[in-house]
Design a protein around this ligand. Structure first.
Ligand code: ADP
Ligand code: SF4
Length: 678
């Protein structure tokens, strides 16, 4: 191990338990709820194996009145739920890590629609999410006494399951303790409302009682957001974040601190740099003598060790970096820093959680597949029959497939038309705000360059004849999918008059096409490309108009938690925004638009250049020509099915594993089946 990183591997006493090192895999939603415990255990066990000293369970509901049904979280409602938790703890302990659980009651964030129990909170207010026309019930004194008992009982169950650390969760808007603390939600006039000390009362009581229940067996951690950076309304009065830490300073065994709201806590690389929370959380260690844990999308051991050396944090928390590379701590320990698969800060992992499916990651295609497909993030089964493989195209799909096959022992050649390897990961990384996209190719190219059984050929255009002449045992076409320039997009599947051949595509822009001083960008894709180009061109001095047929600009960025900040970015950059405006034609006058909902005509947008960001279409000429020659091949990545970069990486990985012959022929992977009682 590099001695500079030794502080990251010093054990730390936390109340009655001792963490073996300073790496904490944080509580975060993983999309495997109590309904899919095997998949969830697979994810957590892999992290323990990868060297995280503490591995945490995500938010776990403590009672049916805290109901997040439909969202993939955990439950510890009664003793029947302990069995799955105990198994999870056992698998984490098997690798020497501590197991922690984040107990929480979701208060006015609960739904109540499936259990039939009303959501509860300090006062009668609309429930928080989704925006259903439901109100929360104001808790009376008996409800509060019952809630305290719920927390006690849940802590006892956590102890029975074998957890080492139990959380009192009081962060973000998903905790009833936060709701009581917040003057935005708490309008009570009794001893639980009004003054700061009254609003804090429930939090303090629950914390003291959890400490009692934990005794000498478990440490008690508090997760609390010390600063509010965004949110629908003001949550805490000025300075109250600090006041909470001061008031409860020595009560918990561990402070786990972050910022609110969730969208700011999970800031993307486009808007927040590594260690971005330091300016908000660094005061905590001056206020308490207890260990402090924090996050900040840490991927570099230098940044991590700096936090510890400078007394900012005692423990380095990671959610996304532990998703992207479950073996990050092991790689630091073994001095393999270059092997770390760094999170790119894209929030695809967050997006799939908001959609309600199992965790996915742009950098780590094996996440969620540990149990059901048996995929390990580091180990690929070795082949006993090495073959030659030709990969055409070096984008995320081609590079990932090449890496898997090379690790298995095949002789791999990658041919790339461009002078630089990396496909869209290289090209898009040049757009303002997207430089971290380059980590997708950086990691893979470095790995491939270390292997003797790999040949990389940038600047090599292959046609069907040259591919056939190569006589590889296996051919993978990873040639990507260019953007369409005819205006066809998500809301309008047909071309728009005047677009074809006269509009530029994102590919043209990335290839350096000439762009007029006034630019109209028509976004019928609704993710990052249109607004990233808008910001990029605005920074270069163009006057940019950003137009979308949908009521909100780039609505899909709501899933990556970036949409509000993107709007602020556009405003600051001087980009003129036109939501709810559907293009009907492009002519010398400019872009003709109508209202997206009613179809009423709107004033034409005069611009010299039109960039259309709609859909992408694979170029099938190569595959057609190979088919005619009778040469067998696989089409992978965007060339098979245009998608996000995560989809291309996953596709490359899956196809490679299929080529290895380790995947089920009938495509049926292991599934978690509900128990049948009748
Ligand atoms: P994906 O996201 O599926 O990996 P990309 O678009 O990122 O796809 O990458 C595809 C790569 O394939 C591009 O870099 C492109 O230059 C390369 N490519 C396309 N056609 C050929 C070809 N005939 N020969 C060599 N490289 C090609
Ligand atoms: Fe990081 Fe993106 Fe993976 Fe999430 S999906 S862990 S943000 S690389």
């Amino acid at each position: 191990m590099d001695p500079r990183y030794a502080p990251l591997f010093e054990p730390l006493k936390i109340g009655p338990v001792t963490a073996p090192n300073r790496f904490v895999s944080m509580p975060h939603a993983i999309g495997h709820s109590y309904l899919m415990p095997n998949g969830a255990i697979g994810i957590r066990e892999t992290r323990a194996e990868g060297g995280w000293g503490i591995v945490s369970m995500q938010l776990s509901e403590i009672d049916p009145t805290s109901d997040l049904a439909g969202l993939p979280y955990e439950r510890l409602w009664d003793d029947g739920d302990v069995i799955a938790h105990a198994r999870s703890v056992e698998r984490i302990h098997a690798h020497g890590a501590l197991a922690s659980i984040e107990l929480g009651h979701t208060g006015i964030r609960s739904r109540g629609i499936t259990t039939g129990y009303p959501a509860m909170g300090p006062s009668v207010v609309p429930i928080l999410k989704p925006d259903m026309p439901f109100m929360a019930k104001a808790m009376d004194r008996q409800d509060i006494r019952d809630l305290r008992q719920m927390f006690r009982a849940a802590a006892r169950r956590a102890k029975a399951a074998g957890y080492d650390i139990v959380y009192v969760y009081a962060s973000h808007e998903a905790s009833i303790l936060w709701h009581f603390l917040s003057p935005a939600y708490n309008f009570r006039t009794d001893e639980y409302g009004g003054s700061f000390e009254n609003r804090l009362r429930l939090f303090r009581e629950v914390l003291e009682e959890t400490k009692e229940e934990a005794g000498d067996d478990m440490a008690v951690a508090v997760r609390f957001a010390v600063h509010e950076l965004s949110g629908p309304k003001r949550i805490l009065n000025d300075g109250e974040g600090r006041a909470v830490i001061e008031a409860l300073a020595e009560l918990p065994d561990l402070w786990d601190v972050n910022v609110s709201s969730w969208s700011r806590d999970s800031g993307t690389a486009r808007y927040d740099a590594e260690a971005f929370q330091e300016e908000f959380t660094s005061f905590v260690k001056q206020v308490t003598g207890k260990p402090v844990l924090g996050v900040g999308r840490f991927t570099s051991p230098d940044a991590m060790v700096s936090q510890i050396r400078r007394g900012v944090l005692d423990l380095i928390g990671a959610a996304r970096p532990s998703i992207a590379d479950p073996f990050l701590p092991a790689k630091v320990r073994e001095g393999r820093i270059e092997d770390i698969r760094e999170c790119i800060g894209c929030n695809m992992c967050v997006a799939v959680e908001t959609i309600g499916v199992e965790l996915r990651c742009t950098q780590n295609p094996t996440i969620s597949e540990e149990w059901r497909r048996g995929w390990h993030p580091e180990r690929i089964p070795a082949t006993s029959n090495a073959k030659s493989v030709l990969v055409v195209g070096s984008g995320p799909a081609g590079l990932e497939a090449a890496l898997v096959l090379a690790k298995a022992g095949h002789e791999v050649t990658v041919a790339e038309r461009a002078d630089e390897l990396g496909g869209r990961s290289t090209r898009e990384a040049r757009i303002k705000g997207l430089s971290s996209w380059g980590r997708v190719k950086d990691y893979r190219i470095y790995q491939l360059q270390q292997m003797l059984n790999v040949n990389l050929y940038p600047g090599s255009v292959l046609d069907a004849d040259s591919i056939a002449d190569f006589e590889a045992d296996h051919i993978l076409l990873a040639t990507g999918a260019p953007w369409r320039g005819d205006g066809a997009g998500r809301t309008r599947l047909q071309p728009i008059p005047g677009f074809a051949s006269r509009a530029l595509t994102p590919d043209d822009v990335m290839d350096g096409a000439a762009i007029g001083s006034i630019v109209a960008i028509y976004d019928d894709d609704h993710y990052y490309m249109a607004n990233a180009l808008a910001a990029d061109l605005a920074a270069k001095g163009h006057q940019v108009h950003l137009i979308s047929p949908m009521p909100a600009l780039s609505a899909w960025m709501g899933h990556t938690l970036e949409q509000p900040r993107m709007i602020a970015e556009m405003k600051a950059a001087g980009v003129r925004m036109y939501p709810n405006s559907a293009a009907t034609g492009w002519s010398d006058d400019g872009l003709a638009i109508v209202r997206g909902d009613t179809g009423e005509a709107l004033p034409t947008i005069a611009a010299a250049t039109l960039i259309t960001v709609g859909t992408r279409l694979p170029d099938t000429r190569l595959s057609t020509a190979l088919m005619e020659k009778g040469v067998p091949f696989r089409v992978i990545g965007d060339a098979e099915c245009p998608s996000v970069i995560q989809g291309a990486v996953y596709s490359g990985h899956r196809h490679a594993r299929e080529l290895l012959g380790t995947e089920p022929e009938n495509r049926i992977f292991k599934r978690e089946r509900p128990t049948l009682f009748l």
